[in-house]
Write a protein that binds this ligand. Structure first.
Ligand code: ADP
Length: 311
């Protein structure tokens, strides 16, 4: 479990994190979402004791990260995959980390196998692709078999097979009861990987909720319906308070009523349903809807302002 309470971090006159409170429970994958510059990395750095908050606290399993004597046993983290001495081999990088945390040598081979790097173990890290560096970073995070894992953009640089692999791994780590917290700018990936979301904007919490509830609350969600008598169904639904729009092909787009209610109205009136499908906003659309008001930089008119000389 990760618990942040009233976290504040200022850099000069920029407030990067502004009174942020959230929890990341064990047993699920929690996605950390927010526009660029909204304070995700700063928050992750504070969780790991790499940055000190100006106010508030953050604990990992009820203690601050800095209180752990052998932190790799408590929290595994991947922040910057390329932050590894380039002249070292993957094996030696992990061996050195293991030694400093009292982890047996056998565990190094184990995690190298787990992330698919066993055959590249003796190669210098400097020659690794970004995808291989990501795998090495994940191996380092897993080294101490920690109950809490934090990943900043873990699928960056991975090919589709690698992306599917990490998705499966994150889910299985959560299924083992671990706390898994990850940031990603790939919304479609987050939608299929995360169970829960912590959404922030301008350093403040916008919402923390399950992915299912986050999507279900979309303002533009609607139901597309076709039946044997679209006109009568439309009239009955409007009577029940639904908003009904017509599609060019005659189908109805219905909001403010559930699919169950539509099915029931059709059944009672003896209308045959030909189509009943929930049209849900994607995670990306829903995220845009919620963060529209908190994005620092909106696209502006690209036309240059006239210079004095041009007048
Ligand atoms: P995100 O990870 O969501 O993109 P960051 O946590 O990197 O956001 O940044 C949040 C804000 O804090 C940004 O305005 C960024 O410019 C600023 N910031 C982050 N780190 C520093 C730093 N070391 N010095 C000054 N400003 C910083």
């Amino acid at each position: 479990m990760i618990e942040a309470v009233g976290l504040v971090k200022r850099y000069g006159n920029v407030t990067a994190v502004d009174g942020l409170s959230f929890t990341v429970p064990p047993g699920s994958v929690t996605g950390f979402l927010g526009p660029n510059g909204s304070g995700k990395s700063t928050t992750m750095r504070m969780i790991l004791g790499l940055d000190a908050p100006d106010a508030g606290t953050v604990t990992v399993n009820a203690r601050p990260y800095a209180a752990y004597r052998r932190p790799l046993h408590e929290v595994g983290a991947l922040l910057d995959a390329k932050a590894v001495a380039p002249g070292r081999s993957a094996y030696h990088h992990l061996r050195w980390l293991a030694l400093s945390n009292g982890i047996p040598r056998s565990r190094v081979d184990e995690v190298l196998r787990q992330v698919g790097l066993a055959s590249a173990a003796r190669q210098q890290v400097g020659g690794f692709s970004l995808g291989m560096a990501q795998r090495l970073g994940i191996a380092a995070a897993l080294l101490g078999d920690p109950p809490v894992l934090i990943f900043d953009e873990p699928v960056n640089g991975l090919d589709p097979e690698g992306v599917a692999w990490i998705r499966g791994m994150l889910k299985s780590l959560a299924a083992q009861g671990r706390t898994v917290f990850l940031s990603s700018h790939l919304m479609s990936e987050m939608a299929v990987t995360a169970d829960r979301l912590v959404v922030i904007g301008r350093g403040r919490l916008i919402t923390q909720t399950s992915v299912a509830d986050f999507l279900a609350a979309g303002r533009d969600n609607n139901i597309r319906v076709r039946c044997t008598e679209n006109d009568s169904l439309a009239a009955m639904l409007v009577e029940r308070g639904a908003t009904v729009r017509r599609e060019p092909d005659g189908a109805l787009r219905v909001t403010d009523v559930t699919a169950d209610e539509i099915g029931e109205v059709a059944r009672v009136r003896g209308l045959g349903l030909l189509e009943l499908s929930l049209q849900q906003m994607s995670l990306e659309q829903r995220y845009m809807e919620l963060t529209r008001d908190t994005t620092d930089y909106h696209a502006t008119d690209p036309a240059p302002a006239p210079t004095p000389a041009a007048r």
